[in-house]
Design a protein around this ligand. Sequence first.
Ligand SMILES: Cc1ncc(C[n+]2csc(CCOP(=O)(O)OP(=O)(O)O)c2C)c(N)n1
Ligand SMILES: [Mg+2]
Length: 640
Amino acid sequence: MSETVRLTVGQATVRFLAAQRSERDGVRHRLFAGCFGILGHGNVAGVGQALLEAELRAPGELPYYQARNEQGMVHASAGYARMRNRLSTLACTASIGPGSSNMLTGAALATVNRLPVLLLPSDVFATRVSSPVLQELETPAGYDVTVNDAFRPLSRFFDRVWRPEQLPAALLGAMRVLTDPAETGAVTVALPQDVQAQAYDWPVALFAERVWHVARPVPEPAALGRAVAAVRAGRRPLLVAGGGVIYSEATEALRDLAEATGIPVAETQAGKGSLPYDHPLSVGAVGSTGTTAANRLAADADVVIGVGTRWSDFTTASRTAFAAPGVSFVNVNVAGSDSAKHAGIAVVADARAALEALGSALAGWQLPAAYRELAGRLAAEWDATVQQAYDLGHAPLPAQSEVIGAVNEVSSPRDVVVCAAGSMPGDLHKLWRTRDPKGYHVEYGYSCMGYEIAGGLGVAMAVRDAGETDRRVIVMVGDGSYLMMAQELVTAVQERVDLLVVLVQNHGFASIGELSDALGSQRFGTRYRFRDGGGAGAGGRLDGDVLPVDLAANAESLGVRVLRAAGVADLRDKLAEARRHTGGPVLVHVETDPLVPAPGSESWWDVPVAEVSQIDSTRQARKSYAAAKAGQRPYLEARG
Ligand SMILES: Cc1ncc(C[n+]2csc(CCOP(=O)(O)OP(=O)(O)O)c2C)c(N)n1
Ligand SMILES: [Mg+2]
């Protein structure tokens, strides 16, 4: 008989999580830096009790962090995981019912962005003795269906532990998926509330330190050979760096390959920072929110080498960015599904391993100097455009590009800018001068309003845990996103986490307003205005006065230090002051003019316009839409 220890399912889960490690390149990390939670009757006496025992028995082994909203705690965990290149994350315990279903949006975000998070939603009684319990979803056609089944399509692994005996296999399966770079995302282990408190005799070996080796799969020689032949045949190749380059810590290998061959490098949102903005072969953002430098090279490229990218519609400009007849793709990706996109040559491998292998195989081969010079010239032109946008001098309120410029210029090279939704992600993609591989953190897989502050909290916790005292985490958030979810500011106050928030107040949705305008929908429903037309109730339109909200006062009321900036010069001073603030979150509030767009990308994004309409502006927009649509390519040409 092997040695056993008697613990509840909750206690066993917590003890197991504390003992997990990840390892890559010989370096070990705690797989779980802690456990976020909001306690309710579903977990207070189960996982909650277990966290109390852990805190008393071995303080710091799996610290408990109290969140304000379950969605927020999943975002924070995803932000943490991204900052740590997916080698470390947090677990999230939620109560049954709404506590659990509040995590669904966070689960989707983590899975879409391929970021590991462990979700432990509580569930209905396994015994069903007193069903229906509070917050139980009763499905007449099947009593084993609960709200937690909604996690199944959003999770890369899902299990429900109806009996203690099932726990070890569920946990081991969960860890494997969390640490697999191709499969990772939200991992959900649902824990019925009675089972959490149930005791069982566990083998002691379940709780031994366990190391999960994060693989760096090498390319298959034949696949590498096909890729090398395609690159050598290219006259105008372009490399597109995605998030995989950063997670794999492949930025040096990328730079070496670019410098040796002269292939210019463009970046997706997740891949921004793969090269410093001023590297001679960096042409910056590509696609719908790209630079004219990257987009002009993309339009003429004959071979496109994607490394660690999912080829989202923003990257391909809805399949219009790569316009040369016969353009072909080489896809380096650790996930087979991504490597097969656009009928490309698939190289299923870790980004760093593949870039190093490509570098060796292409040794001695390089493009003519003229192509390098073209890339450099286009990049310099774009950089001048960026400087103009930084220095616009728009009055009376500044343009958003000036705010981005001020934040960029006041920040230090290792600072991390965090954003997710609104007009800022696109503007940052175009305009932010990234100087460090981890300096740019824009969540644009799910582009989830409300990620900014919660995700930024996770990033700042990761920076703190890594002892990186030379970095500040700067969250850029719009008023719409702030109103969607700002409450994790209180968690930052509680944990004394240094977080610098720049709140850009433009009284509504500048992004969707501009999009609406371009699509003939006249900015309908995108401004935060009183309903006009007299009195309460329907009848009038939302075109009255600006609403009297004061988000700076709101932040102050949560215990945040707040600085109000008036104009760009004052903003610089306030940002410099805010950067010096430590011991908790600080917020700089600035108003901008929502009607000043960022410089154009010479690109497109497919958002369908009404095919029939009584409104002239819509009919006009439909005509332009049809014309742009004609440029769309299927990217289906077969390759040897
Ligand atoms: C949760 C969620 N709901 C809706 C959207 C669609 N959406 C994208 S941007 C945006 C407006 C964002 O407003 P704000 O944060 O003020 O930024 P601004 O557009 O003014 O820059 C909306 C509604 C979204 N991305 N996420
Ligand atoms: Mg706004």
